[in-house]
Design a protein around this ligand. Sequence first.
Ligand code: NAD
Length: 373
Amino acid sequence: MRIAVLKERAAGEHRVALTPETVKKFAALGATVAVEHGAGAGASIPDAAYAEAGAEVVSAADAVANADIVMGVVAPDPALLAGARPGAWVAATFDPFRNGALVESYANAGLEALSMEFMPRITRAQSMDVLSSQSNLAGYKAVLTAANEYGRAFPMMMTAAGTVQAARVFVMGVGVAGLQAIATAKRLGAQVSATDVRSATKEQIQSLGAKPVFVEEVAGIEGEGSGGYATEMSEEYQAAQAKLVSEHIAKQDIVITTALIPGKPAPRLVSDAQVASMKPGSVIFDLAVAQGGNVEGSRPDEVVEKHGVKIVGYSNTAGHLAADASALYARNLYNFLSAFWDAEAGKPVLDEEIGDAVRLTQGGKIVNERLQG
Ligand code: NAD
């Protein structure tokens, strides 16, 4: 069983899919691990650390030669994987709903694409869930970045020269990233409020000491679809939400938006008129900017200034914490593959529930139910 890890090719991608810690763990299962030179550099992991952990540190072509499993953060171009074994597994993020051509090229190359974003949201897969591990770090980084762009302080300070008011922070979308954003803003001393379409989040917001801001007057606001994800809301709900948000947002200093709906563009939560209603010097961090954006006018990796308000968003927020993001991502992959390790076969054998959920291509075809039609 040979596992290969390449240096990430995507622009600005500093993460790596395997760390020396997980090299040792895979080696303990009996796997050989090959890592491309420089693969860990962006996450502050030198080649020597991989070699010390027992990996071969070689060229991309040598790493991939006869590989049974290739691991990536972002799925590599299949042209790079020509030397892998026929039917080799590639465990990586594929962004499958938006990357149809890439998925197709994996099918054509006879590779088995395993999409880590499609890990089911079930208890036993929590430790394998890269969306959660990366969103958690992203929620933290969003607040720190907004705080950096903000020309005032977060906590209330009573000084000899007078009082500095606490910043008001509003978090829109309370999934994994939003919960961490609330916790981080609270730790920095801000006054925090938050909203979501899933009414189950109300208690979670309160338990973190923040104030829930919810549409109450529209029936059926559960907003929760399969797997704990949000569903698209009715027009009536959206209108009520826009009104509530308009009233609230004008009083905020910082807004962090995190709302996503799987397989759909990110919902638009903040309009240009709402941005204009905020005080000059306010900051909005749009965590959904790479999925189309929750905020009108946000642009990936730019600080856009409109009506005196800064709108910020990274295309890869977790990648700005490359060392921790890589460590957690690599553990997710190890937890995934080791959970299915068949000692006799000397390789992982996936079960139906998780295998069918994450597998995009097999035997030259696209096989995932979520990609049919
Ligand atoms: P996500 O990244 O898909 O979306 C972020 C948040 O945006 C969600 O809370 C969603 O409800 C919210 N949202 C969507 N449309 C909105 C709108 N119009 N206005 C306001 N908010 C909106 O979500 P996520 O962080 O991946 O988490 C989704 C759920 O899955 C959560 O309940 C989470 O606790 C659960 N989860 C379960 C597991 C597991 O059991 N293995 C793992 C991770 C997350």
